[in-house]
Design a protein around this ligand. Structure first.
Ligand SMILES: Cc1ncc(COP(=O)(O)O)c(C=O)c1O
Length: 398
């Protein structure tokens, strides 16, 4: 089937319509570039929502997929395989964590984190310590537990009742958080840099205050680094920007270069309260996906690579700051590393739609934030082009 319109019509007839997609059919990608079926070229500053961190068609990813496919693709978690053990080693030795539980997505990782926190409190003899504190602006996923700690009411309300015991405190407001976190709280879950909610970094004092309050009441601190982790902020882990360490950290999006994978990283103290049978997954961390994840990880976890991300992020921020001053459609800029949100005076979706006419793929984050998540491998020349195309877009909309 070669015709874009036919593909779109077929998709609209048979796929459940839970996504609003533009009339665009992707055919291939190369580095920071995507090509549609008509051969038009687009600069990809969305990276499949922070997933293709090494860009498209990266030789290390392709090589690892080939190598993995030549071996075993799947064995289930009833058996040992080397790639899983080696990946677990890589993740733990590069972070605060002592243990990892693998799964297949961000929402599943948060689901696991919530279960582990509940079990931890119970194992310590607190059967009524089941409360979870989450924050305004949060997004943690679409399954019943992760959804319960996601702030956006329109995602949650049609599916209630979700899991109970969740309280929302105000993001970056320590008084609000301190009041919400009590001795009945088993866990506090937070994105160190909020993604979907509008690209909002946590204040350092806020995260430090959460850590202190969690320690005071014996609650676990969960950092959701599904979007902001693995190099996105210019550090390997977003929490390293803050010097605040969680008890549990969740990962997904870029972990396996576009193949589905999630992970829950935890301390030994939490791991000690979990036993055989407490959690599981058929698909998680098969040998193929782990081989690919190790290849991605070894590219990103290099001081020079991370320093480049920081450098390119600062460079992009400067360009975006200039655009913010120039354009009456923009009201501000926030973010970290290669994760930026431009605050817009009009619905961000209008700007994102116009950007496609200028060969640029960008995202929204909430109603009035334009989100930029380019591949971490984007070049400086491509960043110049990104800013230029954004300038043209704003001029066209304005
Ligand atoms: C911070 C964060 N947590 C969790 C999720 C859910 O991940 P997934 O879509 O892989 O379930 C997302 C997805 O956007 C996210 O940004």
């Amino acid at each position: 089937m070669n015709n874009s319109q036919e593909i779109i019509a077929l998709e609209k007839q048979y796929v459940l319509q839970t996504y609003k997609r533009p009339d665009l059919v992707w055919e291939r990608g190369e580095g920071s570039w995507l090509y549609d079926k008509e051969g038009r070229q687009y600069l990809d500053a969305g990276a499949g929502i922070a997933v293709t961190a090494l860009g498209h068609h990266h030789e290390a990813v392709i090589g690892a997929i080939r190598q993995g496919a030549e071996g075993l693709i799947h064995t289930s978690n009833l058996y040992h395989t080397a790639p899983q053990a080696l990946l677990a080693h890589d993740l733990c030795e590069s972070s605060f964590a002592d243990r990892v539980f693998f799964c297949n997505s961000g929402t599943e990782a948060n689901e696991g984190a919530i279960k582990f926190a509940r079990k931890y409190a119970r194992a310590k003899g607190h059967t009524d310590k089941t409360g979870i504190v989450a924050f305004t602006g949060s997004f943690h996923g679409r399954t019943m537990g992760a959804l319960a700690v996601t702030a956006t009411a329109k995602y949650r309300i049609p599916f209630e009742p979700l899991i109970g015991g969740v309280t929302f405190a105000e993001f970056n407001n320590l008084d609000s958080a301190r009041a919400a976190i009590t001795t009945q709280t088993c866990a506090v879950i937070i994105e160190p840099v909020q993604g979907e909610g509008g690209v909002t970094p946590a204040e350092p004092e806020f995260l430090a205050g959460l850590r202190a309050r969690c320690d005071e009441v014996g609650a676990l601190l969960i950092f959701d680094e599904v979007q902001c982790g693995l190099g996105r902020t210019g550090k390997l882990w977003a929490y390293e920007n803050y010097g605040v360490t969680p008890d549990i950290m969740t990962l997904a999006k870029p972990l396996a270069g576009g193949l589905p994978m999630g992970a829950v990283l935890l301390t030994q103290a939490v791991a000690d309260t979990l036993e055989v049978g407490d959690h599981g997954s058929t698909f998680a961390a098969g040998p193929l996906v782990c081989t690919v994840a190790r290849a991605v990880f070894s590219q990103i976890n290099q001081p020079a690579f991370l320093a480049e991300v920081k450098h390119k992020g600062d460079y992009l921020a400067q360009k975006l700051q200039t655009l913010t001053t120039e354009s009456p459609l923009l009201a501000g800029l926030r973010g970290k590393g290669l994760m930026w949100g431009l605050l817009s005076e009009i619905p961000a979706a209008e700007i994102v739609a116009e950007a496609r006419n200028h060969g640029l793929i960008i995202l929204v984050a909430g109603e009035k934030v334009i989100r930029l998540l380019p591949p971490l491998t984007i070049t400086q020349v491509e960043l110049d082009l990104l800013a230029e195309r954004l300038r043209e877009t704003l001029a066209a909309v304005g």
